[in-house]
Ligand binder design. Sequence first.
Ligand code: 5GP
Ligand code: ZN
Length: 114
Amino acid sequence: MKECIFCKIIQREIPSTVVFENDSIVGFNDISPVAPHHVLFVPKNHIEKIDDLTPDDHSTIGELVFQAKEHAKKLNLVENGYRLVFNNGKDAGQAVFHIHLHLLGGRVMSWPPG
Ligand code: 5GP
Ligand code: ZN
């Protein structure tokens, strides 16, 4: 997807701090972190939002969650906990329309979210 900022990050056309990569997904630090640890895990194929998922995408989405929890372990977040978030659509505040899983950790978070 030509004008997608996350596709450009995946293609290394714009810089980011990549912390994880395999055949299907990439993890990189959020440019504007809202917690001491804020990593985004994205599929390499361009999918705009959770609503667009098809049965073919199940393993990719599972991979996002699995690698996020593996990364949380590397960051020593297991004992205190962490949050995984998908924002979907306008009311949820989705700003970038390429599916991404937020891994947030390193501070106490409130519930319900804002
Ligand atoms: P959303 O609100 O769509 O769930 O979250 C989008 C996230 O992408 C935000 O946390 C924002 O800071 C992050 N972001 C937006 N543009 C860039 C960028 O160019 N590089 C990186 N690393 N993160 C970005
Ligand atoms: Zn994209």
